[in-house]
Design a protein around this ligand. Structure first.
Ligand SMILES: [Zn+2]
Length: 180
C-alpha cells in the first residue's frame, strides 16, 4: 500500500484537499493503523501548538515594555546628569581648593592682606594724583562745560579700577602662589 500520498495529505490543511481526497484519506485512515497513529500524533501536536498560541502576551504588554524601556532610559539619563553634575562640582571644589591654597598665606594673616591692599590703593591714588596734576594744565584749556574736578575724579577712578582689576587678576592667577 502506498502511504506517502495520504501522509502528504495529512500534513496539508483540510481545506486544501478536494472532497474526494478528504474522503479517500478518511477511508485510508480507517484501514491503516500506521497512518492513523501518525494522524493522531499530528493532531495532538497541532492542538498543543494552538494552545501555546493562545498564551499570547497579556494586553498592554507592549505598552508596559515600552514604558519600562522609557523608564530605564530616563534612569540612565538621570545617572548621566548626576554624574556630570558631580564631576562639575568636584572640579569647582578642586579649583576652590587650589585658589584657597594659593591665597592661604594671605588669608592666614588678614592684616597683611589688608595692608597690602591699602598700600596698593594708596600707590594707585598717588599715581592717579600725579597723572591728574600732569594732565590738569591741558584740561584747563579744553574743558569748560564739564567741571574739571568731575573729569579728573572720573579719570582717576577709572585708573584705580583698571589697576585693581589687574592686581586682583595677578593675585588669583599667579602660578607661583598656587604651587605653594
Ligand atoms: Zn497508511
Amino acid at each position: 500500500m502506498n502511504h506517502q500520498i495520504y501522509q502528504d495529505w495529512l500534513f496539508e490543511d483540510a481545506q486544501d484537499l478536494s472532497p474526494l481526497q478528504a474522503q479517500s484519506l478518511q477511508q485510508h485512515l480507517e484501514a491503516c493503523e500506521q497512518c492513523r497513529s501518525l494522524s493522531n500524533a499530528w493532531h495532538e501536536l497541532e492542538t498543543t501548538l494552538e494552545r501555546d498560541e493562545m498564551l499570547l502576551p497579556a494586553p498592554g504588554f507592549t505598552l508596559r515594555w515600552q514604558k519600562r524601556l522609557e523608564d530605564s532610559q530616563r534612569r540612565i539619563y538621570r545617572q548621566q546628569v548626576v554624574r556630570s553634575l558631580s564631576l562639575i562640582i568636584a572640579g569647582l571644589a578642586l579649583l576652590a581648593g587650589l585658589m584657597l591654597a594659593g591665597l592661604w598665606p594671605w588669608l592666614r594673616s588678614p592684616s597683611l592682606l589688608f595692608y597690602t591692599w591699602v598700600y596698593r590703593v594708596f600707590s594707585i591714588y598717588t599715581f592717579a594724583d600725579a597723572l591728574r596734576n600732569l594732565a590738569s594744565p591741558l584740561m584747563n584749556f579744553s574743558t569748560r562745560a564739564v567741571p574739571l574736578a568731575a573729569m579728573v575724579f572720573g579719570f582717576g577712578f577709572l585708573c584705580e579700577l583698571a589697576v585693581l582689576w589687574v592686581v586682583s587678576f595677578r593675585l588669583l592667577t599667579n602660578p607661583r602662589r598656587i604651587t605653594l
